[in-house]
Design a binder for this molecule. Structure first.
Ligand SMILES: [Zn+2]
Ligand SMILES: [Zn+2]
Length: 128
C-alpha cells in the first residue's frame, strides 16, 4: 500500500495580476533596445492572447547590435512593447474586447488609446 502524504503548500500563490506582471518581466527580457525596454502581455479571461517587447521591426537591425537611432530623445528604430503585443493579436485575428493589458511601465498615450479603441478594458502597469 502506497502511503499518501499531503504537503501543506506554504508559499503564497500570486494573484492573476501578479502572475501576468511576472510574465511581463520575462517577455521584456527579449527587448532589443534599452530605451524604455519593456514587455507587454495581453490577457483575455486570464489566458494570454498575445505578448510583445520593445524592438526593431522584424528583419531590421537591433539597437543592442548597431546602436540607437535617436531623434529628440526617443529611439526611432523600435516599436513599443504594447504596439507589438497589439499588432500580433490583430495579425492573428484575436479579439481584444474586454482584455487586460499588462505592462512594465504605464503605456504612452498613443498605445493606451490604441488599446482602448480595440476594447481593452483594463491596463495594469508594474511601475507608473
Ligand atoms: Zn534603440
Ligand atoms: Zn507606446
Amino acid at each position: 500500500m502506497k502511503k499518501i502524504t499531503k504537503k501543506i503548500i506554504k508559499n503564497k500563490r500570486p494573484t492573476w495580476d501578479e502572475y501576468f506582471l511576472q510574465i511581463v518581466e520575462s517577455v521584456g527580457s527579449r527587448a532589443t533596445c534599452d530605451k524604455g525596454g519593456s514587455g507587454c502581455v495581453l490577457a483575455q479571461e486570464n489566458r494570454i492572447v498575445s505578448t510583445g517587447y520593445i524592438g526593431s521591426l522584424s528583419g531590421l537591425p537591433h539597437c543592442n547590435e548597431v546602436g540607437h537611432d535617436m531623434k529628440s530623445g526617443n529611439c526611432m528604430r523600435t516599436i513599443h512593447a504594447e504596439q507589438n503585443a497589439i499588432t500580433q493579436a490583430l495579425k492573428f485575428g484575436l479579439p481584444l474586447e474586454g482584455a487586460t493589458m499588462y505592462c512594465k511601465t504605464t503605456p504612452c498615450p498613443a498605445c493606451a488609446k490604441m488599446a482602448k479603441s480595440l476594447g481593452v478594458k483594463r491596463i495594469v502597469a508594474k511601475k507608473s
